[in-house]
Design a protein around this ligand. Structure first.
Ligand SMILES: [Zn+2]
Length: 304
């Protein structure tokens, strides 16, 4: 078991392969053109950012600014109404798990929208985030906000479920947070994680311009790599969501492979880009063998 993910490693932290591919992708979280430097394992396709484009402090400032923005936001990700619809799907996923109780810790709570929705549905919620806007946290008797990290919680406080929605990919030390969360789970409790799926057909199709490439995204997981990491760290069981927890998602978890018709049309329309079209087609054929490649954002729950 590895101690922590380290972007300077000489072999893949998930499968130990020493073969890496390095390339520059377009950063989707900044206006104008900026690069994200990606290192990708040649065997299992676990990927990470190195050298890093943003320090931890710069990331907290970026999120602070965007959550506080009243008008134009960098992306609809920060739109409170959309967040609320997503939160309903996330609470639905929790209802499929056998939870020992209703005490919930939401790590990386952002503007506290999931926390509010979960509290309204009967959970007793602690919303935790280094950039939390305490003044905007809803006033509910079963909801409290903490601006900070797990070290700011009472040392003995434990939970029945700990959620991290789109958080793990941002962390400098993701495994330390997973271990810390595990210690704060009661017997039979669940850790729930959601993040972009690097081994998805969408990511392969969009190439270096996929939304997942962001200065703030340090790690690029897949359902497989995350499951392996959690089982290696002592969780006993993993349950995967069979869909993307986003309103209007109508795909299938299994990706059936690229369309030959689409490939031929691309070739005829842009003969000078034949090489790119062929490489994308081959990569997508490979992606059809990946489990859950149809799920662009994956959610899983791990029980201690
Ligand atoms: Zn690997």
């Amino acid at each position: 078991m590895f101690v922590e993910l380290d972007p300077t490693v000489q072999s893949c932290p998930v499968c130990q392969s020493p073969e890496f591919k390095r390339f520059d992708a377009v950063a989707s979280d900044v206006e104008g053109h900026s690069c994200v430097h990606i290192v990708e394992c040649g065997r299992c396709h676990f990927a990470w950012q190195y050298p890093l484009g943003r320090t931890e402090t710069e990331s907290v400032e970026h999120f602070d600014r965007n959550y506080r923005a009243q008008g134009k936001r960098l992306s609809e990700y920060f739109d409170p109404e959309k967040k609320c619809d997503i939160a309903l799907l996330e609470v639905d996923f929790l209802s499929q798990l056998t939870l020992p109780g209703k005490k919930l810790l939401d790590i990386g709570a952002g503007a506290g929208i999931f926390a509010k929705v979960a509290a309204e549905r009967g959970f007793c919620v602690t919303a935790l985030d280094p950039a939390l806007e305490l003044e905007r946290i809803a006033e509910l008797p079963n909801l409290q906000g903490v601006r900070g990290t797990m070290s700011n919680l009472p040392p003995d406080e434990t939970f029945d479920v700990i959620t991290m929605w789109d958080v793990i990919e941002h962390l400098v030390t993701p495994l330390a947070i997973i271990d810390e969360a595990k210690k704060r789970l009661r017997t039979g409790g669940w850790l729930v994680l959601e993040t972009g799926n690097y081994k998805s057909a969408d990511r392969v199709q969009d190439g270096a311009r996929h939304w997942m490439y962001q200065l703030d995204h340090r790690w690029y997981f897949s359902p497989e790599s995350m499951e392996k990491i959690l089982l290696d760290r002592g969780f006993s069981e993993v349950v995967h969501a069979d869909r993307v927890l986003r309103p209007g998602w109508g795909g299938e978890a299994h990706f059936r492979g690229p369309s030959r018709m689409h490939f031929v049309r691309e070739l005829l329309a842009h003969p000078t880009r034949a090489f790119t079209a062929f490489s994308t087609f081959s990569a997508m054929k490979q992606a059809s063998g990946w489990p859950r490649a149809g799920v662009g954002i994956f959610t899983l729950a791990a029980r201690i």
